[in-house]
Design a protein around this ligand. Sequence first.
Ligand SMILES: O=C(O)[C@H](CS(=O)(=O)O)OP(=O)(O)O
Ligand SMILES: [Mg+2]
Length: 252
Amino acid sequence: MYIRIYATHQDVKKKDLKNKKVVVIDTLRATSTIVTALAHGCRQIFPVSTTNEAKILSSSWSKEEVVLGGEYRGYRFAHFNYGNSPLEYEEEAIKGKNLFLVTTNGTVALQKTSEASEVLVASLLNGRAIADYISHIDPAQVILLCSGTQGHFCLEDTITAGKIIYHLSEKEGEIEGDEMAIAALQLYQLNKDQLLELMKLTDHGQRLIEQGYEQDLNFCLREDIYPIIPQLSLSRIRLLNRGENIGMEKKL
Ligand SMILES: O=C(O)[C@H](CS(=O)(=O)O)OP(=O)(O)O
Ligand SMILES: [Mg+2]
């Protein structure tokens, strides 16, 4: 298996992902939010890039079936039900709902994968489960698509990519990859016992703290609390093997 990492979604064109197995990562905070919502019984999530798109797409459902969520530069939209804080999606109210999620980086990265053969959604909250799944299907090549922040490399997505490679190598021995993959693995191995200290140094970590979201930062670093496999297919994200995922316990 060969691992290739893209540091930002701006680095990749849709055609680069054609027929590829792609794992999308946006640790702060979109993919952490998606994983949390699905772990709490959300029916399916539509990643969209504008509030208008969310409103148009969601109009096919009754109001009771729909939740609108998201943010721009960290701040929630006035007429939406929720923002982009994973903690908001731990509620019973999300159960059975169709979530239309608009975010600055993560949902845009997810929309880039329309030509991929399989798309998975990863965060630190479910990184080991994603690695287990990939090793089980054993593809020749996997692309880890980090969302990045506003077109720039970010540590938090690279750390999650490194964690996935770390767990893959635990199962399969040495993993081949590009130099970003080697760097991501080293970064995770060197910092896995001090993730919070590292994240507090990042632009996004500092911004979340300034915006009053320090709890989000702590939460997004809780490794493997939700061992689920969210899969994007036909423009919506659902749990793979929903029956197996349902009833899983949150490991605190
Ligand atoms: O809400 C977030 O954490 C970010 C917004 S930004 O990086 O502060 O602009 O969005 P995401 O798409 O989850 O990276
Ligand atoms: Mg992000």
